[in-house]
Design a protein around this ligand. Structure first.
Ligand code: 2E6
Ligand code: F3S
Length: 319
């Protein structure tokens, strides 16, 4: 449908956050599925959504990827790929014992946390892991260490009340947490357990923290912020929360068709960003949808530039 003439439409300024959208780990994970399809031909099985985005999953399905919940849905002899969020050690072990041809699309920054978890356990420490219960990254990281070696901390209240089995402690975090909430949780742990061993930098990844800084910068000036991303995407949910805390009405939407136009009442400045698993095409789709109702001016607000690229698994480099 064509946009109505300029005179009919109210003015709306749009601030678009940068960085937004795909991070290096998501680019790599999608490329792993695409290259595996090129190399082996369809079908290629993927355990769990490769990244938490329906549009990405549907695009890969159309190319021959088959998404499954568990390995027992993968036929013998097939190729299977593990999602960017990481898997418990038992998953590649099972794939190996079944003779499956497996590839690991775990983000290297998640794998780094896995190795830190193993190291802390080797040092005899109990780990306090800051993260969200039930998230696949958390399940994957817990699955790197023996049962009972790690305790989940979700809130400041958990950090205040936890009574670990030993005083010899380390902490680690999920990669996609709220930077501000995590700082409060870590400060609580460090106050209660002054000798706790923590990561040198942070386990919250560069993409998560850059996207939160960027959305904070635009949300301050916006009455409404739309975050493009999925309900099950932790980093996208955190972007919505950050925008809401800055005082904006903030909504997480998968794509343009989920816009509720009543949100726009009284809005003069709209902010737009996208989670690390949301493709740029969906951001442009939202801007185009807004253009059909408003006379818009679009400005990108850049708070950081990103040049991170991760290497592909060796088995795919030639492909
Ligand atoms: C893997 C690790 C971190 O829900 P979450 O934000 O973790 O995942 P996605 O798929 O939305 O984002 C990418 C990603 C993958 N982040
Ligand atoms: Fe990795 Fe962070 Fe993206 S952990 S998949 S770079 S959101």
């Amino acid at each position: 449908m064509n946009a109505s003439p300029t005179a009919d439409r109210p003015q709306l300024s749009i601030l678009v956050a940068a960085p937004r959208g795909f991070c290096a780990g998501v680019e790599r994970a999608i490329q792993i599925v695409e290259l595996a399809l090129q190399k082996h031909g369809a079908p290629v099985y993927v355990r769990h959504e490769i990244v938490h985005n329906r549009f990405v999953v549907d695009s890969l399905k159309a190319k021959g990827a088959v998404f499954v919940k568990e390995l027992d849905e993968v036929p013998d002899g097939a190729q299977v790929i593990f999602s960017a969020h990481g898997v418990p050690k038992a998953i590649p072990a099972t794939a190996q014992s079944r003779g499956l041809d497996w590839l690991d699309a775990t983000c290297p920054l998640v794998s780094k946390v896995h190795r830190q978890a193993e190291r802390l356990v080797q040092q005899g420490k109990h780990i306090l892991f800051v993260g969200h219960a039930g998230h696949p990254e958390v399940i994957g990281t817990f699955g790197q260490v023996p049962e009972g070696a790690m305790t989940l901390i979700e809130t400041v209240e958990d950090a205040e009340s936890v009574s670990p089995p030993t005083a010899d402690l380390g902490f680690l975090t999920q990669t996609t947490l709220s930077v501000d909430d995590t700082a409060d949780i870590v400060a609580t742990l460090q106050r209660r357990f002054p000798s706790i061993n923590g990561p040198k930098g942070e386990d919250i990844c560069y993409a998560t923290s850059n996207r939160q800084t960027a959305v904070k910068a635009i949300a301050r000036s916006c009455e409404l912020v739309l975050v493009i991303g999925a309900e099950n995407s932790s980093n996208s949910q955190r972007l919505r929360e950050v925008a809401a805390r800055e005082g904006a009405q903030a909504h997480l939407i998968q794509r343009a068709e989920f816009i509720d136009w009543s949100w726009f009442e009284g809005v003069r400045m709209l902010g737009i960003t996208a989670g690390a698993s949301a493709p740029e095409v969906l951001v442009q789709e939202v801007i185009d949808a807004v253009r059909t109702r408003f006379e818009v001016s679009v400005q990108e607000v850049t708070t950081a530039t990103e040049e991170v690229v991760f290497k592909l698994p060796r088995a795919l480099i030639d492909a």
